[in-house]
Ligand binder design. Structure first.
Ligand code: TYM
Length: 338
């Protein structure tokens, strides 16, 4: 069959521009998107609507949304092969989000770990959006009928809820939505903070030494890895044991994800060398992986007209797909066509 007549499977994911992208966002999500770009029909977006569930500075949100787009492209997402768009540009997300709110149960939403975490961190702003966020995320996904949703471990629960909501809806109205699968990397699904290996590396971490950002300079990356918290055991050898040695296990995970080496190979490489040699080696490997991304992102960011052309074309293509699904849903639930 001619290549153009084969329908590719669909891959879709998004990231909130609620902070600068980290090594966690890269290894848990973006790297997987880039690695599979030719095999799938791809939709990747900046989830700005999700970001406002936590109060944002408007100018910073606007700046980070465009920076994130430049970084997606710099990581290797070619806009010719990937539909890159801004969530709020495609109104079908808000429209299907409302519909799916009415098919998502209070009990289901109450069980979401992210809601529990974020409401504990933002006690003065536990708003309705924070609670119903997973229904909007289900809409983000189901609008595009994707086969796979490539995310880190922490988003698996939301993709599972999406599947449940889709199955419930299909059970009432027939096969409207494709049931998507989460697609989680084998190594790097949960990168931990460098200063506290028991908590996740996060865009919104207040401690700048805990997170490595895609736009960090190589010398800052090296410094952060040299200062990374390892473990207080007397053994001081590089061995993969996430329970007893969570700091070393996290560094090994990062090293494995960026070099492709297995844990056994890493243990052999640092046999008898201790943390003093291991930590700077991880720092160098990460700095070299991120250097070209940072340089390319800076170059792209300077070209505002190009970025605008990418997100406009992306919004158009995404809207076409999304509105097709939305029309079907509106018809099924009994809304009168305009
Ligand atoms: P967000 O913005 O928190 O994270 C973006 C992606 O990066 C992954 N990730 C990590 N992976 C490994 N280790 C880490 N430390 C780490 N930190 C972040 C996340 O798992 C995620 O894949 N709700 C989503 C955004 C979203 C979305 C969607 C995703 C909105 N709509 C539809 C997929 C499909 C979120 O808050 O991700």
């Amino acid at each position: 069959m001619d290549e153009n007549t084969v329908t590719k499977k669909i891959m879709l994911s998004g990231i909130q521009p609620s902070g600068d992208l980290t090594l966690g966002s890269y290894l848990g999500a973006i790297k997987n998107w880039v690695d599979r770009t030719d095999e799938f029909d791809n939709y990747y977006f900046m989830a700005d609507m999700h970001s406002i569930t936590v109060r944002q500075d408007p100018a910073a949100l606007r700046r980070r949304t465009l920076e994130q787009l430049a970084q997606y492209i710099a990581c290797g997402l070619d806009p010719e092969k990937n539909t890159l768009f801004i969530q709020s540009h495609v109104s079908a997300h808000a429209q299907l989000g409302w519909v799916l709110n009415c098919y998502t149960m209070f009990g289901e939403l109450s069980r979401m770990t992210q809601f529990k975490d974020k409401s504990a961190k933002n006690k003065d702003n536990i708003n309705g959006g924070l609670f119903t966020y997973p229904a909007l995320m289900a809409a983000d996904i189901l609008l595009y009928q994707p086969d796979y949703v490539p995310v880190g471990e922490d988003q698996k629960q939301h993709v599972e809820l999406t599947r449940n909501v889709a199955q419930r809806f299909n059970g009432i109205y027939g096969d409207v939505f494709k049931i998507p699968e989460p697609y989680i990397p084998k190594v790097g699904a949960r990168i931990m903070s460098l200063s506290d290996p028991t908590s996740k590396m996060s865009k919104s971490d207040k401690d700048p030494n805990g997170s490595v950002y895609l736009m960090d300079k190589p010398e800052d990356i090296q410094r952060k890895f040299k200062r990374a918290v390892t473990d207080s055991d007397t053994e001081r050898c590089v061995r993969y044991d996430p329970q007893a040695k969570p700091g070393v296990a996290n560094l090994m995970t990062i090293y494995s994800a960026v070099t492709g080496r297995t844990f056994a190979e890493i243990e052999a490489e640092f046999e008898g060398k201790g943390y003093g040699a291991f930590k700077p080696a991880v720092g160098d490997a990460v700095a070299e992986t991120l250097r070209p991304i940072r340089e390319e992102a800076q170059r792209i960011l300077a070209d505002k007209a190009y970025l605008e052309s990418v997100y406009k074309a992306g919004a158009e293509k995404a809207s076409y797909m999304a509105n097709k699904t939305l029309r079907k849903v509106y018809k099924k639930i009994g809304f009168v066509a305009r």
